[in-house]
Design a protein around this ligand. Structure first.
Ligand code: ADP
Ligand code: MG
Length: 332
């Protein structure tokens, strides 16, 4: 099978199938998309490389899902609605069964978010998947990293930490071992993250700043704080602990929650007057939204142990030392 047969067979959709967002779609020299009046285009790229971002044994449908999910997660963090994406695929060989699975997982998630595959590039080489995603957001409503203000609440969506648990289990470094049900749950979180697109859209006008967590909660929160030129307190006892994680030793829970990576949850800030609306939003999305601290005028990150909301007579939360650093591809 040649390059063009491969593209046509696995990545071009017959008329009437899949979303149609492009004015000129896949198969010309450029795809042409027309942003609606008053909308800004949000663009983001993420690459997955075999051996670094995924294990060679991963199910191809899950890999297709994840390759797009990590990109949609960036749109979610900006409050942008997905429109279209391009796919740069580097393949060591043409494996039809693998390609069929990969395309199925990729396009199923694309259809679920009404996001059209409008073009790409296909070359031979070590397995890598590069996706560029485009979305739209009304001018002036983009959620940025730079909008956090002292006195804002700090929130996180969903259940961070499970992907790291699965990674450690795959590496054989996890003690004690996971039960097979818990392993499946953690593995699904690692291989099939759900991008929080609906949450990102709903946070327009509610959140003051947002970022998606790909390299660990504290590291990514640090990016948001630096951009906003503020600090934060994070109360360890307030972190959302999934039942699978709750069964683990406490220090392992903290490692996974604070520096796990591959979570694709949203960390965001919002004025305290939005608390009730945010909790109601979490209910309506079926996605827990957890308040875990506050933004401070003093720069830096302070970790605390104790209750998030203390009564006047209770002991205030106490500082604990921060032993977690975030993942960096170029640091050893
Ligand atoms: P060119 O050489 O003009 O850049 P290509 O030969 O690379 O074009 O690709 C031909 C057409 O197929 C283009 O419209 C391109 O966007 C599309 N395409 C190539 N690879 C992929 C892919 N992996 N997924 C979707 N579309 C692709
Ligand atoms: Mg061309």
């Amino acid at each position: 099978m040649g390059e063009f047969d491969l593209i046509e067979r696995f990545f071009w959709r017959p008329a009437g199938q899949g979303p149609r967002r492009a004015v000129v779609g896949n198969g010309d020299d450029c795809a042409i998309i027309a942003p609606a009046p008053g909308m800004h285009l949000a663009v983001s790229t993420d690459t997955l490389v075999e051996g670094r971002h995924f294990l060679s044994t991963v199910d191809p449908a899950r890999l297709g899902h994840k390759a797009l999910a990590v990109n949609l997660s960036d749109l979610a963090a900006c409050g942008a609605k997905p429109l279209a994406f391009t796919l740069a695929l580097t393949l060591p060989r043409v494996d039809e069964a693998w390609l069929a699975g990969f395309a199925q997982g990729l396009l199923a998630l694309a259809d679920a978010h009404d996001c059209e595959l409008i073009g790409g590039d296909t070359t031979a080489g070590p397995l890598a998947i590069g996706i560029t995603v485009m979305g739209e957001v009304p001018a002036g409503q983009t959620l940025l990293r730079s909008g956090a203000r002292a006195g804002n609440d700090l929130w996180i969506s969903g259940w961070p930490g499970l992907a790291r648990l699965a990674l450690e289990a795959f590496r054989g470094t996890l003690q004690p071992a996971l039960t097979s049900d818990d392993f499946d749950t953690a593995r699904r979180a690692m291989e099939c993250p759900e991008p929080r697109v609906a949450l990102g859209l709903a946070l327009r006008g509610l959140a003051s700043a947002a970022i998606d967590v790909s390299d660990g909660l504290l590291g990514d929160l640090g990016h948001l704080l630096r951009r906003s030129q503020v600090g934060a307190t994070v109360v360890l006892d307030a972190l959302p602990v999934h039942p699978v994680l709750a069964a683990r030793p406490v220090s392992q829970q903290h490692d996974c929650l604070l520096a796990g990576g591959d979570d694709y949850e949203l960390v965001f800030t919002a004025p305290p007057e939005h608390r009730a609306r945010l909790l109601a939003l979490g209910d309506s999305l079926g996605l827990p939204l957890t308040r875990l601290g506050a933004i401070t005028a003093t720069p830096g990150l302070q970790l605390l142990q104790g209750e998030l909301d203390v009564w006047p007579d209770d002991a205030p939360p106490q500082p604990v030392s921060n032993r977690w650093t975030s993942f960096d591809h170029f640091k050893s």
